[in-house]
Design a binder for this molecule. Structure first.
Ligand code: 5GP
Length: 140
């Protein structure tokens, strides 16, 4: 049994505009913004605008609606960061590595021979996040 959605989670606050984020894209279905502890330069999170804890409780219609947007953002991340590839991740529940309980997909730009940094590791400098976000925004 999946726990209930908690309206006080950090991403719910970002969606309501109560906390800031470095936004790269939004539309009817999703918001995409820079991860503050990026595992790779240009690490972006894509979240549905509908409340969902993770992949287990989002209804199929909302999940389907967000997929084309996820693809749009993935393309812009790859182009904007001049990446050679991407890794997509989604962590479900604490045992699965989930830390923030609003569904999100990680989009990680990848380059041959460049390892991912640790999950929820060091905070990135705001000016570097802004620089990467600008490159990604320019690629839509
Ligand atoms: P997960 O729940 O998938 O394990 O990881 C949550 C992700 O959110 C981590 O990659 C972490 O760096 C990121 N994160 C945590 N708090 C914030 C925040 O306040 N703002 C942003 N932009 N990212 C966050």
């Amino acid at each position: 049994m999946t726990a209930a959605y908690d309206n006080a989670n950090i991403f719910a606050k970002i969606l309501r505009g109560e906390l800031p984020c470095e936004k790269v894209y939004d539309d009817e279905h999703v918001l995409a913004f820079m991860d503050i502890m990026p595992r790779a330069d240009g690490h972006v999170l894509v979240i549905p605008k509908t409340p969902a804890r993770n992949i287990l409780d989002i209804d199929a219609a909302h999940l389907s609606q967000m997929m084309p947007s996820l693809q749009t953002v993935a393309r812009a991340v790859k182009t904007g960061m001049q990446a050679e590839g991407l890794t997509l991740q989604q962590f479900t529940e604490s045992a699965g590595g989930q830390v923030v309980f609003h569904l999100h997909f990680h989009i990680l730009p990848r380059w041959e021979g460049v390892k991912l940094r640790p999950h929820t590791g060091d905070m990135e400098k705001p000016e570097r996040l802004k620089d990467h976000a600008a490159k990604i925004r320019a690629a839509f």
